[in-house]
Design a binder for this molecule. Structure first.
Ligand code: BES
Ligand code: ZN
Length: 462
């Protein structure tokens, strides 16, 4: 398979490289932290910035207010009869704290060693923006695109996309497309373009354990009163057996086994479990016995504590029997597990194991369905050719342990198949201090996505 990036697109991107970087840096400077209301004005500003950027690229673009953060939609429909592609991304970012662990400030993008550091650089502003610039390259050099494009960017992905499903249902005509393309994930390794075959879903809970009406002196009361922190620890310890298997009745009932062809490709990937262990600095890996690390991450569900709080946690010692304890728990799900069903199973489990003497309540925070790709059809062929032309290497098929809940919605509500092709890298620090995107991947991502539209426009029948 021989292909190259067409020279007009390539030279446009090269000649405009400095300006494109400057614009990306402007985008990254806006602290659009969706989780924090004190940043609501910044989040709105990021939406407007993106709208203007889409207009500059040659599209028409509108902001759609929601009861949360706005949704930005750009359109270019100048190719009647040609297919339509829907590009999705998110312009909101995770909180940047803890700030003291950043080498350079999170909202002052900085290049070091070929990496652009800043909150949102890879998740997902950089990857969203490379799509905008790939479209601009077409519209600026050729005044046209070989297909119709709708680009949707939300500002609530990092907080559970509460308003997106409804927006999609209410705007089917606007968003209907032959394919959806998303870049909000990572490549398997540097230089190794990757197409995603799966995402895990999510069911996120808060467990509150209430004991006495207020904190008590642990000497005057301890021993006679059920301690909520200990009760919570006991509850959490019932969630797995000694083999790391989740011990919630019915939890695995809907877990589908992976197709042999996908498993076989996964086993061929050059992945060193020992390197993985060393990179994260643990003395031994854990998890469910009997599965490789990649299987554990991509093909198996989890139940994890994300946060835990009770009693006195400040400096020194304070003798206290806490009145309450709280845990944030999330389950990553795999096809065909359903978040609503998992919520019910977890509720039943917790009620069964809750000790007497405390009150246990469960709040469902958010969820998302898992997803598995079909991996066939014109857009996958086009993606393989496009990635090869930009990265000069054949793409591999990989799984993913994270979640992008909208993917399932596009397929279910719009009937639109989804291609997931990301340009992050292992170690990119998404959601963590010193988040980065590789400059090389940003550039090659732009080229690859510009070629994708040529390839798909030519071969994707509406
Ligand atoms: N970009 C990620 C999704 C992702 C995570 C892709 C890991 C590849 C690897 C996305 O922004 C994200 O963080 N999703 C959340 C979803 C949740 C808030 C519903 C996640 O996976 O935790
Ligand atoms: Zn994220």
């Amino acid at each position: 398979m021989k292909s190259a990036v067409p020279s007009d697109l390539e030279s446009y991107l090269a000649q405009n490289d400095a300006r494109i970087h400057d614009e990306l840096f402007e985008f990254l400077r806006i602290p659009s932290v969706s989780a924090r209301s004190e940043h609501n004005a910044d989040t709105a500003r990021a939406a407007e910035w993106l709208r203007q950027s889409l207009e500059k690229a040659g599209m028409t673009a509108r902001i759609h207010p929601t009861s949360g953060h706005p949704i930005v939609v750009g359109e270019w429909r100048g190719a009647p009869g040609a297919p339509t592609a829907l590009v999705y991304g998110h312009y909101d970012v995770q909180p940047a704290e803890p700030l003291d662990l950043w080498t350079s400030p999170p909202f002052e993008p900085t290049v070091r060693d070929g990496k652009i550091y800043g909150r949102g650089s890879v998740d997902d502003k950089g990857q969203l923006f490379l799509h905008v610039k790939a479209l601009e390259a077409h519209l600026a050099t050729r005044k046209t695109l070989p297909l119709n494009i709708v680009l949707i960017a939300e500002g609530e992905e990092e907080v559970g996309s509460a308003n997106l499903e409804r927006f999609i249902s209410e705007n089917e005509e606007l968003l209907k497309a032959d394919v959806a393309v998303i870049s909000d994930s990572a490549m398997f390794a540097p230089g190794q373009p990757s197409i995603l075959s799966s995402l895990r879903g999510l069911a996120y809970f808060q467990i509150d354990v209430q004991g006495p009406i207020c904190d008590l002196h642990s000497g005057s009361y301890g021993g006679a009163v059920v301690n909520p922190a200990m009760a919570l620890a006991r509850i959490l310890s019932t969630m797995h057996d000694e083999n790391g298997h989740i011990a919630i009745d019915g939890f695995y009932d809907k877990v589908r086994v992976w197709e042999p062809r996908i498993l076989e490709q996964m086993r061929k990937l050059p992945f060193d479990e020992e390197d993985f262990r060393k990179d994260i600095g643990v003395s031994k890996l854990g998890g469910e016995k009997g599965y490789s690390v990649l299987e554990q991450l991509w093909a198996r569900p989890t139940c994890e504590v994300n946060g835990l709080f009770s009693g006195y946690t400040d400096e020194g010692a304070k003798t206290v029997l806490p009145a309450k304890a709280m845990a944030k728990v999330s389950c990553r799900l795999v096809p065909d597990q359903d978040p609503a069903e998992i919520e019910k199973l977890l509720d039943a489990h917790l009620m069964r194991v809750a000790p007497e003497g405390v009150t246990v309540t469960v709040t469902h925070l958010h969820g998302g369905r898992p997803w598995r790709a079909e991996l066939d059809g014109p857009v996958y062929d086009a993606a393989r050719r496009a990635l090869k032309s930009a990265f000069e290497r054949d793409a591999v098929i990989v799984g993913e342990g994270g979640s992008i809940p909208v993917v399932g919605d596009f397929e279910r509500i719009l009937g639109t198949p989804v291609l997931l092709v990301g340009f992050g890298l292992p170690g990119e620090n998404a959601h963590a201090p010193d988040e980065w995107i590789s400059e090389e991947n940003f550039r090659k991502g732009m080229s690859a996505m510009a070629v994708l539209w040529d390839e798909y426009g030519r071969n994707g029948k509406p």
